[in-house]
Design a protein around this ligand. Sequence first.
Ligand code: ATP
Ligand code: MN
Length: 482
Amino acid sequence: MEKRTIKDLLGNYKKQLHHDITVQGWVRAFRSNRFIALNDGSTIDNLQIVVDFDKFDEEIIKNIKTASSLKVTGELVESQGQGQSIEIIAKKIQILGDNFSEQLEKTVLQPKKHSLEVLREQAHLRFRTNLFGAVFRVRSTVSFAIHQFFNQNHFFYIHTPLITGADAEGAGEMFRVTNFDLNQIPRDENGDIDFEQDFFGKKTSLTVSGQLNVETAMMGLGRVYTFGPTFRAENSNTTRHLAEFWMVEPEVAFNNLEDNIDLAEDFLKYVISYVLENCKEDLEFLDKRFAEEQKQKPEKDRAKEGLIEKLQSVVKKRFKRVSYTEAIEILLNSKENKKGKFQFPIEEWGADLQSEHERFLVEKYFESPVVLFDYPKEIKAFYMRLNEDGKTVSAMDVLFPGIGEIIGGSQREERYDVLKEKMNAMHVDTKELWWYLDTRKFGSVPHAGFGLGLERLVLFVTGMTNIRDVIPFPRSPKTAEF
Ligand code: ATP
Ligand code: MN
């Protein structure tokens, strides 16, 4: 490409000094009718344009407003002023688009304190702020690093379907997919909905996970992963749940639970290191913002570390590995539980852990990312491998500070008979999942995998607090605008 981005230019300008160059971008600020801070989205840093207003039509100067889009040609020189290395002395300025900037300025560019909610209602415009620019550049880099990690480790990327005929993939409520005329849904002789007349000739839904499909690919390709959108109609209006989110799901033949935990830890550390290395400017910006946010909080709720510090320490620390049974002991004996501080008190072994318990373990007790494993079989999905004790399954959850569960995974049940028995006991339709059971008939192997919610990782890395602020167009109960 002939055209250079501002990122490229700021990083490497020596050869072009004292030459005329052309840049394009949006005005972030126009100071004293003389200095334009131009941004093209390639980096959080702006390029300074110096405008000698004697040389330009008054009309043009008047129309250069915040958010105006410009094409500027001029001489590239080393900057006299502070705060930037280079600047362009404008010779020609062309305004590229209309600009009703007063409106934008009020809502998006200079929002009030409670602004993130306001910005969510302007999701189509929020990309133009420094904050969302940083968040979505980081999100893009995280996605790239994920593919890079798997590619370097000889995994194959499998595209699993978004429309599924399986009614129970083992996680969450599903959204139905149909092309029935909703005013005239065909019924059979019993008065039940006749799905045979529907598009696929059966009941179909949007997938809640690509795992079952990707397991079938694992049985031939060995190391595979899927990375795509998943959908859950759970009505949980929390800051960590979306109705549409992106999930990364590796599946590895011949891996046991311990291998799986090792993979999850290496994977998270790789991606976080990659972002630390490749998103320096954005992270510095987010780090400052994070520090500001902490100042607003009461002392006891403040984070102990800064954002970048926190990321560095996660990369360095070995994650604590703790069995569910040990975790329950710790929780039962905790002051918090005894004094009734938990909203859901822990009464006995077998209890499902809530995010308050997960966060207690991570933030108060261990002060480190924690991997919990060997959960009671009753609270985990049917495909998780039954342990020798007959009571627990080889499940693992990775818990992160400030987030809670970031990864959920397991060694899978590879034994045909045991799997079938578990499906029956848990009322999972073995007829519908005949193909899944089939994989255990021919050359079945021990294997393991996990699911990472992309947005939860992006939340962690950016220090944002609401999951709706780390996906471009959030889908949650009662919101599907844009
Ligand atoms: P949680 O207990 O937090 O609701 P889960 O146990 O239902 O999560 P899994 O089915 O194990 O989640 O999914 C794997 C990963 O997908 C989770 O560890 C989490 O990172 C992410 N995830 C799950 N549900 C959502 C959601 N509604 N929105 C965003 N991410 C999610
Ligand atoms: Mn889970």
